[in-house]
Design a protein around this ligand. Structure first.
Ligand code: ANZ
Ligand code: ZN
Length: 814
């Protein structure tokens, strides 16, 4: 008997699998497909434990599905553009491409050492021209359709990283990369108009995303943020030589219009500057705008900051009461939501209430609380009720009043109902070098001109000098900028920004379907067969970023005619968000110095032990605390399996006596492992295998059947694939275990045998009970005493004695 030696067997089988092309996926129209995908990694240098967890889960699913007979697609690629490469290149004076490809080469080796079942023929790096070429084409088609647009907007700007940030990258007013304060700046950039799809994105959540964690779909619903309400026009009469103005506000509470006593504008609202110009408030307002620009978007919206504002010096008119309302600039109003202007109803909105108190503004109640409804802590009443102080609408229920007031406003031409979404246009311009060039040319005569399709890709020039100073590096490269206008052939200049790397990751799963297709981003036939992704695995941090963008891109590509979907309009059927890997209770990170290096673990124990531990230590969605004792335990367990299986044959004589019980164990274990894998309870699936091994070992002197051992090897194979493959061959099989059918169980054989227990009262037979063989003494006594046939003889007395003779009878003495 040889010892378990992962150092020898793991590389051996990795080579063998690859040589035989076992994981190469081919479209086979007649076979059911299964597409399993892990979020593509950023080639940061080396795999960390979070990666190992992600890919171990994916690999387990892939191998399990192959054994179940599915035609499995399990691809891998690299999210290869992005800032870390550029920053590393600046620091080390090399090229971002060189840094990136060196990292990819190293990480490929690590994946192979883990034995992950990838189809390497489909590997994609998003920085390759034949990848971003298609992204540029899609960009142009989107521009043609008006889904992409160039406009000026207030954007998050990080002065340290010298680039624009998406809202998701600037939460709390801090840059996600460098943690410095982010400022809002007006900038002209390229935007993807994702709100055009807001309604479909929202509707499909309930229709098609039943296989997603509710936590994620809930966040997406909030992020899309559909609000039904009204747009109301407030006039702003002229004041010494100025023109009359109209200010639109968005409100979800038109029923409270009679209680609107002032107006609040966003600091960036164009009127704020206009109204205050040349007035005594001008300096105040300027200071206010400065202060406000430093508050993060989310904090502003949630009103987490002390309310702050300034009077603009102007008044507008309430269209139903005719009263003058002072116009303020207020720090809790966002410019990019609704219209950037709010009719303030302090009696019924806590933010307005706080603001009114602070600046001594009138508070007028217009809704009488419905019975039992509570006010908010600060005194505003936000709930339902009956209208008061509201003219002809007084006495109406507030929901009916919403409709009635909108109708009245509509008749006067000063309002209408409307729907608002919190979802914003997605700014995709980045002032960085290492990204996909935006395929646009600016011509003095012709304006914005798309690069013609046949000139794609607009390649990223190789010879670049990266200084780390502000601005787009490409803007300093004369050779790149200067070009001919595709329309008038005059001198023109290229766009020098590159695309947000989230554009690349929005459609890579489609490229995997036909990675070498040369007529478009994806071969429609291949997409029809492989899509949607059946199981996607990745981090929860992408809930409202990547996981929303990829849904959006699918729908756009469909509408542009690049793909047709037969099964679903969604890219991902089931989503699993795995938890973090922690050590000492906190996430592993370089700065905390609590990193466990996967290479070192594989070196010491082998990939199978590492993978088994990761899957065993915690359910996939929960955080996983790294433990040396835990990994040691998994190592000992695999050694135990090894010894059990490799012990000499022979001596398996007492099979008959073990027969029934062993058979039940086999079927029960198959059932438990299969069901637990199906519901992502990998930890309990492994526990079931462990119990089975305990059972087999306990009955060792009588030897177990080879069928029992083979079942064990098959069940453990998706968890510890190298060892299973070796054991499979050691027990006389010639074919690879990967192609062996996953064992099935017979439900009849899983059923517990029952035993018959006789119940006596004072020595006389009164009842017979059918119970499970492993029932506890306490439980059987309880059952006996509760039996209707028995209670009659007890006459309400407490029995003197209750005796259980295991497996035979309960004797009650009264
Ligand atoms: C008057 C009013 C009275 C409001 C009342 C609320 C309660 P949701 O539900 O999130 O869509 N609002 C509108 N635009 C805003 C902006 N740009 N920044 C900050 N707040 C804004 O919220 C809609 C409500 O938020 C709107 O309804 C408006 O205040 C405010 F008793 O109008 B409401
Ligand atoms: Zn031109």
């Amino acid at each position: 008997m040889q010892d378990y030696n992962p150092r020898e067997i793991e590389p051996k089988w990795q080579k063998e699998w690859e040589k035989n092309g076992l994981f190469k996926a081919k479209e086979e129209k007649k076979r059911p497909k299964y597409y399993v995908l892990e979020m593509l990694p950023y080639p940061s240098g080396r795999l960390h434990m979070g990666h190992v967890r992600n890919y171990s889960i994916g690999d387990l699913i892939a191998r399990y599905k192959i054994m179940q007979g599915f035609n499995v697609l399990h691809p891998i690629g690299w999210d290869a553009f992005g800032m870390p490469a550029e920053n590393a290149a600046i620091k080390n004076k090399t090229h971002p491409g060189k840094w990136t490809f060196e990292n990819i080469a190293y990480m490929q080796k690590q994946f192979r050492k883990l034995g992950i079942s990838y189809d390497w023929d489909r590997e994609v790096a998003t920085c390759a021209p034949d990848y971003y070429k298609w992204e540029q084409l899609v960009f142009l088609k989107m521009y043609e359709k008006g889904i992409v647009t160039r406009k000026t907007a207030m954007l998050n700007w990080c002065d340290t990283c010298k680039t624009v940030l998406a809202n998701e990258q600037a939460e709390g007013g801090k840059c996600w990369r460098c943690d410095n304060d982010v400022a809002l700046k007006p900038m002209t950039q390229w935007f993807v108009r994702i709100p055009l799809y807001a309604e479909e994105l929202l509707e499909d959540i309930d229709k098609e995303l039943k296989g997603w964690p509710e936590r994620v779909t809930h966040m997406q619903k909030l992020w899309i943020g559909k609000s039904e309400g009204a747009l109301i026009k407030f006039s702003l009469p002229c004041k010494e030589g100025r023109e009359d103005q109209v200010v639109d506000v968005f409100t979800t509470r038109p029923d409270t219009l009679f209680g609107a006593t002032f107006m609040s504008l966003a600091a960036e609202h164009p009127l704020v500057e206009g109204l205050s110009k040349g007035t005594p408030e001008e300096a105040n307002i300027k200071a206010f705008r400065e202060r406000t620009s430093k508050i993060g978007r989310m904090d502003r919206l949630l009103g987490n900051y002390e309310k702050d504002g300034v009077f603009t010096g102007a008044y507008c008119v309430n269209p139903v009461t005719g009263l003058d309302m002072p116009v303020y600039a207020a720090n809790f109003v966002l410019m990019d939501y609704g219209t950037g202007a709010v009719m303030a109803v302090p009696a019924h909105d806590r933010r307005d209430f706080e603001f009114a108190k602070k600046y001594s503004l009138p508070i007028k109640e217009v809704i009488k609380p419905a019975q039992g409804e509570q006010r908010t802590a600060n005194g505003a009443y936000e709930g339902p009720g009956t209208l008061i102080n509201s003219g002809e609408f007084t006495g109406m229920g507030n929901e009916a009043a919403k409709i009635a007031i909108i109708d009245a406003l509509k008749k006067q031409g000063v309002g209408d109902k409307t729907i608002n979404y919190k979802l914003k246009d997605w700014c995709i311009s980045r002032q960085r070098y290492w990204g996909a060039p935006i395929p646009i040319v600016y011509c003095e005569k012709c304006g914005i001109v798309p690069v013609p399709e046949k000139e794609l890709p607009v390649s990223l020039p190789e010879d670049i000098e990266l200084t780390g100073e502000g601005g787009s590096p490409l803007a300093k490269l004369e050779k790149f900028i200067n070009c001919k206008c595709p329309k008038c052939k005059g001198a023109a200049k290229r766009e020098t920004d590159t695309m947000d790397t989230f554009v690349e990751s929005s459609w890579y799963f489609l490229r995997y379907c036909s990675p070498k297709y040369s007529k478009g981003p994806v071969d429609p036939e291949a997409a029809k067969y492989w899509m949607p992704v059946d199981q996607y695995i990745g981090g929860i941090e992408h809930a409202v970023g990547h996981l929303l963008y990829c849904r959006f891109y699918m729908k756009v590509l469909r509408d542009l005619g690049f793909v047709e979907f037969s099964k679903s309009n969604e890219p991902v059927k089931h989503l699993l968000t795995q938890g973090m890997v922690t050590l000492g209770g906190s996430a592993m990170s370089k700065s905390r110095g609590n990193i466990v290096d996967p290479d070192r673990i594989i070196e010491k124990y082998g990939a199978d032990t590492a993978r088994l531990f990761i899957l065993f230590a915690s359910p996939p969605e929960k955080d996983l605390e790294w433990s040396d004792a835990g990994i040691d335990g998994c190592w000992r367990f695999l050694n135990r399996v090894w010894r059990l299986v490799t012990k000499e044959e022979g001596g398996r004589k007492r099979e008959e006596r073990l027969g029934n019980e062993l058979e039940r164990w086999i079927h029960k274990t198959i059932k438990r492992v299969t069901e637990d894998i199906e519901r992502f309870h990998y930890n309990t699936a492994i526990s079931a295998i462990m119990e089975y091994v305990n059972y087999l070992c306990a009955n060792h002197e009588s030897r177990v059947t080879s069928h029992a051992v083979e079942t064990l090897v098959l069940l453990i194979s998706p968890f510890a694939p190298h060892m299973a493959e070796e054991l499979w061959h050691l027990t006389g099989h010639k074919e690879t275990i990967i192609k062996v059918k996953w064992p099935s169980y017979d439900p009849e054989k899983v059923k517990e045998e029952k035993m018959l227990i006789v119940v006596q009262v004072n020595g006389k037979l009164r009842d017979k009970l059918e119970v499970a063989p492993d029932i506890s003494e306490e439980d059987i006594k309880k059952q006996a005493l509760a039996s209707e046939k028995v209670t009659g003889y007890l006459e309400g007395k407490v029995p003197k004695k209750v005796i259980y003779v295991r497996g035979r009878l309960v004797s009650i003495v009264v």
